[in-house]
Design a protein around this ligand. Structure first.
Ligand SMILES: C[S@@+](CC[C@H](N)C(=O)[O-])C[C@H]1O[C@@H](n2cnc3c(N)ncnc32)[C@H](O)[C@@H]1O
Length: 241
């Protein structure tokens, strides 16, 4: 089982390396640009919940090509909040290579969520956008977030959770994700497998309620949970208690 998990995790990272160069453009096309709004809104909400003008450290886990790191910086600046350190962590070197060209003045570290080379209680915020689904050892990852966060610090998660509803909006988003996304993503990235994995991994993922339960189990208390765009993307903000 341990070996199976390791292979699964290695395959995910390999796939992310393969799509790294076309990842941003595929995101923009597939979400029609809305993914940018989901990230920015999450940053704004987190700053509102934290209520400090000076923030020492934000760790963005599964940072990929750095989009959320950029949003932390810009949203903070627009609110007059200065952030001393924004650290991107990801096991995919290919993704971070693209990120380094976009936000070269920030730090990138090659590591997985389940084992972060960071001291206890040093981060004000830990964020992860569309990455927690890829962390095979999710429980270990969430425990790491709780370990590295300062008391009162915020964990900010954006994710496509499994939608167990059977109403029209749920059917519509599932149709888009299962039937259109693999073709469009495949065309843009020339890697149809990666964009077939996407809806499959969402279907195999946990629901919003289960995510909240898992956060609580590691001492992260949800203070804001909201689904956007027909519940396609969900934002969780949880405080370390
Ligand atoms: C869909 S991308 C998200 C990138 C970025 N956060 C964004 O919002 O666009 C998923 C990322 O998760 C990373 N990833 C995969 N397994 C991981 C793990 N165990 N720990 C941390 N990140 C992981 C991948 O390398 C990839 O960069």
């Amino acid at each position: 089982m341990a070996e199976e998990n390791r292979d699964k995790q290695e395959n995910i990272i390999k796939m992310c390396n393969e799509i790294a160069k076309t990842y941003d453009i595929a995101n923009r096309v597939l979400s029609m640009g809305i993914d940018k709004l989901w990230r920015r809104k999450a940053c704004t909400m987190a700053f509102d919940f934290y209520d400090k003008k000076q923030i020492d450290t934000i760790v963005d886990v599964a940072c990929g090509t750095g989009d959320l790191m950029i949003d932390w910086e810009h949203t903070g600046a627009s609110k007059g909040i200065s952030v001393t350190n924004i650290i991107g962590i990801d096991p995919s070197v290919g993704m971070m290579e693209v990120g380094k060209t976009k936000i070269p003045h920030r730090t990138f570290v090659e590591a997985g969520a389940e084992s972060m080379p960071l001291e206890d209680e040093t981060a004000d915020f830990i964020s992860i956008s569309y990455g927690i689904r890829n962390v095979v050892k999710r429980e270990e990852g969430l425990k790491e977030f709780a370990r590295v966060l300062k008391k009162g610090g915020l964990c900010v998660i954006l994710e496509f959770t499994k939608n167990d509803k059977d109403d029209f909006p749920a059917k519509l988003t599932k149709f888009y994700m299962n039937n259109l996304m693999p073709h469009i993503g495949g065309l843009v990235s020339k890697n149809k497998d990666a964009y077939t994995y996407l809806p499959e991994s969402i279907e195999a993922f946990i629901t919003t309620k289960q995510m909240c339960d898992e956060l609580k189990a590691v001492g992260l208390e949800p203070v804001f949970v909201k689904g956007y765009s027909l519940d396609m993307s969900t934002t969780f903000i949880a405080r370390k208690i």
